[in-house]
Write a protein that binds this ligand. Structure first.
Ligand SMILES: Cc1cc2nc3c(=O)[nH]c(=O)nc-3n(C[C@H](O)[C@H](O)[C@H](O)COP(=O)(O)OP(=O)(O)OC[C@H]3O[C@@H](n4cnc5c(N)ncnc54)[C@H](O)[C@@H]3O)c2cc1C
Length: 545
């Protein structure tokens, strides 16, 4: 099967949906590929809200300052200023679409406060902001003409004109012409052609054993872009959320930073509030500081968790302000957070690095765009300020749509047919057990060796493990039929290697990257970057195997 669109969007979180709506508004035929149900995304789980200057007591300078402070010298100030300034316009558009942010009794926005912010500026819909945004966007998509949503379609690899026989002469520049996608339910690979592809595939949390991210967060977009030679930046900056609910399983339910914004105190198992020992802002210190402090307290005492204490608020207040958290703590652990302290631990949460793009979501490859968590724009630098990611996705998807519209006006006719996917057929009988074993091995190695505090020796140990896994999985990829689990593992391995490569490059401790071997900060901050040398045989569609 082969399908043709003007624009292909990979991903149906805030970035992909917002971009798709804006492309459809310009009259283009848009196809959205999404690998599970359309609502399944990191966006859907976002709790705290969107950071944006809307109050009279707040100002752009203050938001810029807080973002730069968190980013620890690596933010691109021009990018920060533009995103902060363009935020209010995008928020207004979201409201026009039907989103209702929580308000006070007097009708003003009920602005939340989170770690690292010097003002209350977080717009939220109670503690289910992401779900409200995802629902509003999906409703608008359903109303929009010209958008086809392909659920359970897994984007495998991008295709450029270089990879189409006769598609690129010596004088042509390399450009995107489409991609291969696995129809997961029918178990067959289809080709999709379009002059514009937007990668909006979200984060990479699943590369770690413990993560707040849902199953979809396997870094597919980063891996796909890397395979066509796009530079990947700053992957060492993985944000570990300090407070996720401690349970014995792998899933980590997030306890939003907004809980500390409303006065919750972190205590060690003896009940002592410890954050003032680590930072002048105590419990409202930036995330990396809080995550490292918890890690240090746990290592010191051998405890498996610390406590988060919000018992100074009434049950009525907590049920109303944090209905989702209240319910889940009760459901998962049987505790009432108005009476009981919450056991919490850090978990992998957000990737500040990703596909290098400019402010228009453009990558160095013609026709290829990226936005949302998959991209690295320069906003977050070495550490993301809480609630800046939804803001970034809104602004970049909008700018990307303007730029992609201009690109299409010039390249609408430049379409190429993509060769059929080479289906080799057959499964190795050992395949499933090997794949699930390798998933676990990879995620554990990343957790143990590439976690909150690093050393060069541990990073190198992780690299060796990753390279072994890569060899094994490449063998499966090239010799048997593909399925989603195998494709995800292939991407996770690629992304894990990128995280480690970037971490080894950075011989200093900065922002989210702390290494015992280089405890100091370099005087001149630089971005880390990994670029793949040109390759011609990364997908199976052009008979190269
Ligand atoms: C628990 C939690 C709470 C958070 N709270 C906040 C918050 O309060 N404020 C804030 O600013 N940020 C928050 N974040 C971060 C924020 O939610 C994400 O960074 C943001 O939603 C990412 O949006 P996105 O559109 O880039 O990706 P996502 O929303 O993750 O969407 C990615 C989409 O791509 C699809 N996809 C991935 N790979 C493929 C493939 N190969 N083929 C087809 N489809 C694919 C997925 O299925 C999904 O539809 C939170 C994150 C989590 C996990």
């Amino acid at each position: 099967m082969s399908e043709d669109f003007d624009v292909l969007v990979v991903g149906s979180g805030i970035a992909g949906l917002w971009f798709a709506l804006k492309m459809a508004d310009q009259g283009y035929r848009v196809g959205i590929l999404t690998k599970k149900n359309q609502a399944e995304s990191n966006t859907n789980y976002a709790q705290g809200g969107v950071a944006c200057v809307t109050s009279n007591t707040d100002d752009f300078e203050s938001h810029v300052h807080d973002t730069l402070e968190a980013g620890d010298g690596l933010c691109d100030e021009t990018v920060v200023r533009r995103i902060v300034r363009e935020g209010p316009e995008r928020i207004k558009e979201l409201i026009d679409l039907g989103l209702k942010f929580s308000t006070t009794e007097t009708g003003e926005f009920d602005l939340g406060r989170e770690g690292g912010h010097s003002e209350r500026r977080i717009l939220h819909v109670k503690d289910m902001t992401g779900k409200a945004i995802e629902t509003a966007l999906l409703r608008a998509i359903a109303r929009s003409r010209g958008i086809t949503v392909l659920e359970h379609f897994f984007a495998i690899d991008l295709v450029t004109n270089r990879k189409v026989p006769g598609g690129m002469s010596d004088s042509d520049e390399e450009r995107i012409v489409g991609l291969y996608g696995l129809d997961v339910r029918a178990n067959r690979v289809c080709s999709f052609t379009a002059p514009v592809v937007m990668l909006a595939t979200g984060g990479i949390g699943q590369v770690y054993r413990f993560t707040t991210n849902p199953d979809i967060a396997t870094g597919d977009g980063v891996a796909m872009a890397y395979r066509v030679g796009i530079p990947i930046q700053n992957m060492e900056f993985i944000q570990f959320h300090p407070t996720t609910l401690y349970t014995l399983g792998n899933d980590r339910f997030l306890i939003s930073e907004a809980v500390r914004g409303e006065g919750a105190i972190l205590r060690n198992l003896k009940g002592r509030a410890f954050m003032a020992d680590y930072h002048p802002q105590a419990d409202l210190a930036p995330r990396d500081v809080v995550a490292r402090a918890i890690d240090a307290e746990m290592k010191k005492s051998g405890a498996h968790h610390v406590w988060l204490d919000i018992t100074h608020h009434s049950e009525d207040y907590l049920r109303n302000r944090f209905p989702n958290i209240f319910r889940n703590c009760q459901k998962i652990l049987g505790i009432n957070i108005a009476d009981d302290r919450i056991p919490v631990v850090p978990a992998a949460h957000y990737s500040c690095g990703g596909i290098a793009t400019n402010l228009n979501a453009e990558t160095p490859m013609s026709g290829l765009f990226a936005c949302g968590e998959v991209a690295c724009t320069g906003l977050h630098g070495a550490n993301r300020l809480a609630s800046n990611s939804l803001l970034e996705a809104l602004v970049l998807a909008h700018n990307g749509a303007v730029s992609a519209g201009q690109y299409l006006a010039e390249h609408a006719e430049s379409r190429l047919d993509i060769p059929e996917w080479l289906d080799l057929g057959g499964h190795d009988p050992d395949e499933q057990v090997v794949i699930s074993h390798n998933w676990d091995e990879l995620r554990l190695a990343m957790w143990d060796y590439v976690g909150i505090v690093r050393t060069t020796k541990r990073l190198e140990r992780a690299r060796t493990r990753i390279q072994n896994l890569a060899r094994e999985i490449q063998d499966y990829y090239w010799n048997f039929s593909v399925d989603a689990r195998l494709l995800e593992l292939r991407n996770l391995i690629q992304v894990a290697d990128l995280v480690v490569q970037c971490a080894l490059q950075r011989q200093e401790s900065r922002g989210l990257h702390e290494t015992i071997d280089y405890a100091e900060k370099e005087a001149e901050p630089v971005n880390s970057s990994v670029v793949r040398p040109p390759v011609r045989e990364e997908a199976r569609g052009w008979g190269s195997h």
